[in-house]
Ligand binder design. Structure first.
Ligand SMILES: NC(=O)c1ccc[n+]([C@@H]2O[C@H](COP(=O)([O-])OP(=O)(O)OC[C@H]3O[C@@H](n4cnc5c(N)ncnc54)[C@H](O)[C@@H]3O)[C@@H](O)[C@H]2O)c1
Length: 433
């Protein structure tokens, strides 16, 4: 089967590559020529473990192609996946301008039956809206279907998540489209991956409900952590014990500086806005947003309390990405904390194994270092902001010799408080201080 994927970002590139690995002929399209040129040179525009090997394999087998030519890609494909960005607008709503523009353009190139499969995360009603938009822009009486096929992959584990999903959601009102989409995901039958076939609207709600639920769990455990700090309890043990309860489960119960990334913040906000628009006051979504904003500010407050006056103080910031194994810094708590502490007069010297180039695009003034130890040199406070594996076993005896003041704020709780205290550090964590 011939398919194309429009948008070669974290989702589109992984989806396109994995679909080609299923045996399909795939053209990945992006409007940014530099990205396509990089991919055609065998370079990866994003950081994602295991992806380059899969790309190389499928390019070699002539099943995977990269192009800026949307017209040709649409003409050659039965299914057109849309995986462009749907970022948050300033007013909190999802910005649908990219996906609407692509839908219009795709419509103009359609001369025979196509399926438009929406992989981007979009508010309820978008599939219906795109159907109307395509109908208005398609020439003649060309038949088509719009399928809502939301994506649940996680950056840092994206290839595995796509190849071994918990479920595949197919929302549409056409038996023909459903049969073709089922055929695309047939390789997953062997793994007994459940396929949920439903309406477009239900599929759209499922994606927002999933992300809001995960964000809610993080905010919940962050509130428990803040309480633990006050009452002298250990959130590490609390969340471990919570997770042992089969009704609750252990995932997404790790306290920290708040969630970030390109999905949770914008998706919880979009769900809240959408609910307002239909006359429903979604109180939990609003509380999740509020708790998360407070959580990252709390890192700043605790740091300032430790530093006294921030002017002239040096912060050794370990980690910039919103989570490990990605170079994505969108809405990263580390970037927020860096900005705030620099505003207060501190100098921030940082190291991240993958995200420094991305950070340079969004924030000025950080002094980038070649490794974690260099970032700690002369620091008055070391902040561990992202739990990269290489930060989990640092030689703190060495760091003790390098820093100006022995303060560590382990926002992700990756160290044993006793061990660092024994080394003479003033150790702060989240909910186990
Ligand atoms: N990043 C994730 O972990 C994740 C997970 C699940 C779902 N999603 C959703 O998937 C969608 C894409 O997310 P992403 O992180 O991959 O975004 P991204 O910003 O990394 O990539 C989007 C790509 O679309 C391209 N693009 C925009 N307009 C285009 C056009 N007219 N023609 C061709 N290409 C165009 C951009 O150049 C960019 O490369 C979003 O709706 C997001 O919410 C993301």
């Amino acid at each position: 089967m011939n398919v194309c994927v429009v948008g070669t970002g974290y989702v589109g590139l992984v989806a396109g590559t994995c679909l080609s690995d299923f045996g399909m002929n795939v053209i990945c399209v992006d409007k940014v020529k530099e990205k396509i040129d990089m991919l055609n040179r065998g370079e990866l525009p994003i950081y994602e473990l295991g992806l380059i090997e899969l790309i190389q394999r499928n390019v070699k087998l002539d099943r995977l192609h990269f192009s800026t030519n949307l017209k040709e890609a649409v003409e050659r494909s039965l299914v057109v996946f849309l995986a462009v960005g749907t970022p948050e607008r300033e007013d909190g709503y999802a910005d649908l301008s990219q996906i609407e523009a692509v839908a219009k353009e795709v419509a103009g190139y359609m001369t025979e039956y196509k399926i438009i499969a929406i992989k981007s995360t979009v508010p309820v009603g978008t599939a219906k809206k795109l159907r109307e938009l395509i109908r208005e822009n398609v020439s003649g009486d060309v038949d088509f279907d719009v399928v809502s096929n939301p994506e649940f992959l996680r950056e840092g584990a994206a290839v595995n998540d796509f190849l071994r999903p918990d479920r595949v959601i197919l929302g549409c009102n056409s038996e023909r489209a459903l049969a073709i989409m089922r055929d695309i995901y047939r390789p997953l039958y062997l793994l007994e991956t459940p396929i949920v076939s439903t309406t477009n609207e239900t599929a759209e709600v499922i994606k927002y409900a999933a992300n809001t639920m995960l964000a809610l769990r993080i905010s919940f455990v962050n509130e428990i952590a803040n309480l633990c700090d006050i009452v002298d309890a250990d959130v590490y043990q609390v969340s471990r014990a919570l997770g042992m309860d089969k009704r609750i489960g252990p995932k997404f119960l790790h306290p920290g500086p708040g969630y970030g990334g390109s999905c949770f913040p914008k998706d919880v906000s979009a769900l809240s806005k959408l609910s307002d628009d239909v006359g429903y006051d979604f109180k939990l979504a609003k509380a999740v947003i509020e708790v998360n904003a407070r959580q990252r500010e709390l890192v700043v407050e605790k740091s300032l309390k430790l530093l006294g006056d921030a002017k002239g103080k040096v912060i050794g910031l370990l980690g910039l990405a919103f989570k490990p194994n990605t170079d994505d810094v969108r809405e990263a708590p580390a970037i927020y904390v860096a900005r705030r502490l620099m505003d207060e007069g501190a100098t921030v010297q940082a190291f991240d194994p993958a995200a420094m180039d991305e950070a340079k695009k969004v924030v000025d003034g950080i002094k980038y270092q070649k490794n974690a130890y260099a970032a700690c040199e002369g620091a008055d406070l070391v902040i561990i902001a992202t739990e990269w594996n290489e930060f989990r076993d640092l030689d703190f005896s060495r760091i003790k010799e390098q820093v100006r003041t022995a303060n560590v704020f382990d926002t992700r709780n990756i160290y044993d408080p006793r061990a660092l205290k024994q080394l003479g550090f003033n150790y702060l964590a989240t909910g186990r201080s």
